[in-house]
Design a binder for this molecule. Sequence first.
Ligand code: DGJ
Length: 468
Amino acid sequence: MSKRNKRIYLLSVAIILAICCMLANKPAGAAGSKKPIQNGQKMYDTQSNIINAHGGGFTKVGDYYYWIGENRHNDVLVSCYRSKDLQSWEFRGDLLTRKSHPELANANIERPKVIYNEATKQFVMWMHYELRSDYGYARAAVAVSSSIEQPFTYLRSFRPLDNMSRDCNLFLDDDGVAYFISSTRENRDMNIYELTSSYLDIKQKVSTLWVDAQREAPALVKRGSYYFMVTSYCTGWEPNQGKYAFTSSLKGKWSSLKDVGSPTTFDTQPTFIIPIQGSKSTSYLYVGDRWDPTQYFESTYVFLPIKFENDTTLSISWNRTVSIDTKKGSVSGKSSTPKEYRIKCRNTGKYVIPKSEFIGDVKLSYTNDSLRWVVEHVGKGLVKIKHSTSKQYLDVNPDGACRLSNGTDSRSQLWQIQQQKDGWSYLANQQAGGMLSITKDAKSSLPMLRCATSESGKQLFLLAPAYE
Ligand code: DGJ
């Protein structure tokens, strides 16, 4: 082999090796593979790109399920993916961008949902439209397309019947009548509107639900003779207790709200319920966004099977991974018991974290491991609370200030969790004789943990399992 040929040969081998290494490093979910959904982990499409479809909806067309949701990268507003198995997702294109219409140039588009109109042969998208981050516009917006995979034509934004309209969803009933559901009156109430036969406008308001209950993130599904709606409470991007209600008629009376899932709905906020109709059965899959309040682009997704105990009672439990058989219509999951907790302060809405000398609080972030704690049961109803990354224990100084220290037998490291009916707890320290409390440090005026005898309202904490 000549010197030149040898060089070319070695270069080719090096390039092939580099490509092989790159392929070997591709994230899970790459090209065509059907892997169980790993809840709360980053999801990748068949090209190994992160799936950007937050606040999304699912529309079945032929054998495909289309997942359409918020993208927010560059000038993209709404993106589209498709899958036959609901597990491996193929990117199909961007449906709305800032360039689609002058009204979208500076808009903030949330929770887009698409339904098909048999009569007009058009796909119709409804979404939440905002111009500013204060959510003051509170409008709905509508777009259409003759193909679900092609860019949509944006039509307009408006307030339905002059009502404020924020978190929203669409629902297409068996009889072809479509409904738009949205939080209204500064998110205090939830309205259901019937759409006109074109699905492009509001025909009439059919219901105002749960006045002053402050529900948002509606997801509606019909099973048998009952309609179910799952919603969240309003806490910005933070998760809270999901609730559901049911009715036998969208124009009729609804049941009261009942809790579903954990006090943080497994760290999610609802976005959709997918009915999976197969040859053997029909299953229902809850889809929630795990918003990261600190960094929107760290937000992930959670898919969980919904169990129906009877015609009007549903439940959702935590599954770390979920497998779906769309042919049979079945969903199965692998449950796991979380071993770590994040500790939320009711008074500040933030999460307990060590801050150099003392223990303070910080905004929720799912990527910040320093927010995690392990609760060790040591008998007699007492626990020790270990900080996960530093392996040190929550302790109290003689002056009442909390700190971390290495494990000892000291009673100052022993806590009694006194859980209240609503899931929040008091934590009583065995040595200091007071309760864990979040108070302002006299010097820095930053919130810090202390043990105190009476600090009304500042002593409630939520031990929120880290659902991963
Ligand atoms: C909760 C909503 O459900 C989200 O869609 C988003 O509007 C955030 N609030 C903004 O805080």
